[in-house]
Design a protein around this ligand. Structure first.
Ligand code: ADP
Length: 531
């Protein structure tokens, strides 16, 4: 049959088959909001109906400015099944950028958390949103229409409009660490197929029995597909709300018996530090899985989590890729490999997900899968964007033969595992040769006294550029530059050794929690190298 791949069957499945499974959200006051997929189903459909009554036309954008919680999950489904496009706004952006994004997307409606109203109010006069619904999370009556009364307006008699699988369902802008934020539109089909692929045991491997917790924000790259994935398989979801510090997260892991989490390395490093600092304080579910991506997961982190009984699964993706690209699980026969070899594989970004085609290309063409030759990683597949939203001038990110240029430099090994060497713009070019900042960082973060390390290129009179390492020490430690240089010496090529180590209290972050290297490069642009 020609059957459209949309989000409707996923919502129906969650409501009809898993109605008793819980969805737990952390509120701003730290209390827990609990309800079930049955409640979620009813309310997501009520939202869809209320939007239609409010005059939503097919393809209209409805923006969300929200933390991870049940109402955001309702928006993830209710908006697209009504024929609208859920446009997740990144609440860590500057008000000026948000105004630009809302205007570029021409959002008609906005659903916003009451606790985020001060942010909305900073740009509300610069945008033309028709109607604003406020989610009352803190119990106070907001000075706008309440999301709750908006839902009450629905009769409960909702029928889905006819949806084409190619129709847009979601919209997300890349965080824009370089240039203006660029919009990526997701079709129903892309989201449906991506969700199916995410559930496989070789990828995110989530089953009904799991308790999932996406630390990755729902305003960032579909929260890696987890909200849709949870509904598809009927897994309990725990949503952290605005409380993303290690202790709050660990409390939630414990109280909800979480079995699978997803987030960026910086957050997970914080969790690791808390667990190592107070052994025994939290009782976590044995065999917990932790999908880590968004930036390279240091091998030392993977090892240390293993010692605590938590299995890190490394993954790579991009907003332009819905976002799943590769996920790293060992193949059956690799389980017998020596420990060193297993960790070497597990620290890579992994195998391409089903339906994602990969190739790495350099000046001479496609590079061999030999684990050493580097090239720009290019991808294509059913959930890879074909263009940016209303930005025809950016079409050079796609090749003539239809592949997306990721801007990441990678090697691919004979087994098909991708290793990200760097972002093109973060590579360090010293004396005409490339140095991988990622490799230096992940190695440095293996030093027991280093909490975080970012390595950047700084202009150098003789070599063009040389690496400078910006390091955050662990609390109460005093490691010095000389010791770090000695630590790196047997582990990387001699000419890769950073020429300077700068110790700081913290490394600036992007809105997605990654190291903001563009800011560091600016900060150290005029660095004076010692003669
Ligand atoms: P932003 O561009 O705002 O950071 P994305 O989340 O789309 O937004 O970032 C995608 C980029 O993040 C990739 O192109 C890559 O450079 C980096 N990245 C993602 N996952 C990994 C990973 N596991 N290892 C190294 N880099 C990663």
């Amino acid at each position: 049959m020609k059957y459209p791949l949309t989000l409707v069957p996923i919502l129906e499945r969650a409501g009809k088959l898993f109605g008793r499974v819980e969805i737990v959200s952390r509120c701003p006051d730290k209390s827990l909001h609990r309800y079930t997929y049955a409640d979620f189903y009813r309310r997501a459909r009520a939202l869809a109906e209320a939007l239609q009554r409010a005059g939503l036309r097919p393809g209209d954008r409805v923006a969300t400015l929200m933390w991870n919680h049940h109402a955001h999950l309702e928006a993830y489904f209710g908006i697209p099944v009504a024929g609208g496009v859920v446009h997740t706004l990144n609440l860590r952006l500057h008000a000026g950028d948000l105004a630009y994004i809302v205007n570029h997307a021409q959002d008609r409606f906005l659903i916003v958390d009451d606790v985020l109203l001060p942010l909305y109010e900073k740009f509300k006069d610069q945008v033309g949103v028709e109607r604003v619904m406020v989610v009352p999370l803190s119990g106070q009556t907001p000075p706008y229409e309440s999301y709750e009364s908006f839902l009450v307006g629905a009769s409960g008699q909702f029928s889905y409009p006819e949806l084409d699988e190619e129709q847009a369902a979601g919209l997300c802008f890349t965080s824009g660490t370089t240039g203006r934020p660029k919009g990526v539109l997701y079709s129903h089909r892309a989201l449906a197929v991506h969700t199916l692929a995410c559930a496989l045991s070789g990828t995110m491997g989530i089953a009904q029995q799991d308790v999932m917790l996406a630390v990755v924000p729902m305003f960032h790259a579909n929260a890696w597909g987890w909200p849709y994935l949870g509904a598809l398989v009927g897994a309990k979801q725990a949503l952290p709300g605005p409380h993303l510090d290690a202790e709050s997260l660990l409390d939630l892991f414990q109280s909800e018996q979480v079995t699978a989490v997803a987030g960026v390395p910086t957050i997970m490093l914080g969790i690791l530090q808390a667990l190592e600092k107070e052994p025994g304080r939290w009782k976590l579910t044995p065999g917990m899985r932790m999908v880590v991506g968004g930036a390279a997961a240091p091998e030392a982190m993977i090892r240390r989590f293993d010692q605590l009984g938590i299995r890190v699964v490394h993954a790579w993706g991009m907003t332009e890729m819905t976002p799943m690209g590769t996920v790293c699980e060992l193949k059956s026969y690799m389980e017998d490999w020596p420990e060193e070899a297993r960790y070497e594989v597990r620290a890579k970004q992994g195998l391409p997900a089903p339906f994602v085609e990969i190739r790495a290309v350099n000046e001479r063409g496609e590079v061999p899968w030999d684990a050493t030759t580097q090239g720009e990683l290019q991808v294509r597949g059913p959930w890879i964007a074909a263009r940016y939203y209303k930005l025809p001038e950016e079409q050079n990110r796609w090749t003539q033969d239809g592949w997306f240029r990721t801007g990441d430099v990678a090697t691919i090994d004979p087994e098909g595992y991708v290793k990200i060497v760097d972002r093109t713009k973060d590579l360090i070019k010293s004396g005409g040769e490339w140095i991988s900042s990622v490799e230096l960082e992940t190695t440095l973060m293996g030093h027991p006294e280093v909490r975080e390390a970012a390595v950047i290129a700084v202009p150098h009179p003789k070599w063009g550029e040389r690496p400078l390492a910006v390091v955050v020490r662990k609390d109460g430690t005093r490691v010095a530059a000389e010791e770090l240089r000695e630590f790196l010496t047997p582990r990387v090529a001699k000419w890769w050794l950073p020429d300077a180590f700068v110790f700081v209290e913290e490394i600036p972050r992007t809105s997605a929690g990654k190291f903001m290297k563009s800011r560091l490069r600016e900060q150290f642009r005029d660095w004076k190298w010692e003669a």
